[in-house]
Design a protein around this ligand. Structure first.
Ligand code: MF3
Ligand code: CO
Length: 291
């Protein structure tokens, strides 16, 4: 249950102001939605100004890493070289790659090529070739704050089919960004993502989605990109989460590599694409913190 403070208490948000002249009305609005039976965020999911500054600084590193990867990526390069770039740029800028050692993940970034949906593990033995599409999913920790984003890269000339998948997947993410409207539900957002994929003849992975992010790598809520309108957590200003749809050319079914227990593939081995942004819900929509 979302609880009010006493009106003369100091507000929970860190402003130093009295509750009644700070977040009292805001909290009443949240409680109103809760009374309608809608799932609302706990207070710890609502970022303070200090949290947001911290996440933004972390994101500066994450975006610089992906920019550098974008400058260097080419056919003939191993995915280990991408991991090396991530380590170099992140450490030079004072950050820590969040992926490294996360639940035992062995590398500093996820590199997922063609039919790999996500969680591909960089290796000296995996060489990029002309016509590949690759997702590079990077996450950074700076001063305890987490940033998380991923981008697709086309290696040389790719087939028109793959190019369209990459472009439409980006549009799916953008449809999600547009659908981040405060005081509506996150299921509305996920539905907008899914609908755009369906309209283009694609499917969206159900089992893996976005997540709250910032003070921890993965926070509540789970962000589905296959959801029904009028479901899921209320989107409240101050929440930070990722939008990161995995869009498949064929079936939405997936399986996990039995040897490494990480890499996710499409069941039909047709290509998959993914883009990821980290957004802050604002009073009017959202602000992209990391892309
Ligand atoms: N960066 C991924 C995400 O978007 C998580 C990768 S976890 C790892 O949530 F362990 F595989 F690196
Ligand atoms: Co993420």
């Amino acid at each position: 249950m979302y609880k009010r403070l006493d009106r003369n208490d100091i507000c929970w948000c860190g402003s130093g102001k009295k509750y009644k002249s700070c977040h009292a009305a805001f909290d009443d609005k949240i409680i109103g939605f809760e009374h309608q039976g809608i799932l609302v965020p706990s207070r710890k999911l609502l970022k303070t100004e200090k949290d947001i500054e911290g996440i933004k600084k972390s994101a500066v590193i994450n975006m610089a890493v992906l920019d550098e990867v974008g400058d260097k990526i080419r056919a003939g390069m191993s995915t280990q070289e991408i991991d090396d770039i991530v380590n170099d740029v992140t450490s030079k800028m004072g950050g820590i790659p969040a992926d490294l050692g996360y639940q035992g993940f062995p590398k500093s970034v996820c590199t997922s090529i063609n039919e790999e949906v996500c969680h591909g593990i960089p290796s000296e033995d995996i060489i990029l070739k002309e016509g590949d599409i690759i997702n590079v999913d990077c996450s950074t920790i700076l001063d305890g704050y987490f940033s998380d984003s991923s981008r697709m890269f086309c290696i040389g000339e790719v087939s028109p089919e793959k190019k369209r998948l990459v472009d439409v997947t980006r549009e799916c993410m953008e449809a999600g960004i547009k659908a981040v409207i405060p005081w509506t539900q996150i299921g509305d957002m996920g539905h907008a993502v899914h609908q755009h994929a369906l309209d283009n003849g694609y499917t969206v992975v159900k089992e893996i989605g976005g997540h709250g992010c910032g003070n921890e790598f993965h926070e509540e809520p789970y962000v589905s990109h296959v959801s029904k309108p009028g479901t899921g957590m209320l989107m409240v200003p101050g929440m930070v989460f990722t939008i990161e749809p995995m869009v498949n050319m064929g079936t939405d079914e997936i399986f996990i590599d039995e040897e490494n227990d990480w890499t996710v593939y499409t069941a039909d081995l047709k290509p998959s694409a993914q883009w990821e942004v980290e957004v802050l819900v604002t009073e009017t929509g959202c602000e992209i913190l990391c892309h």
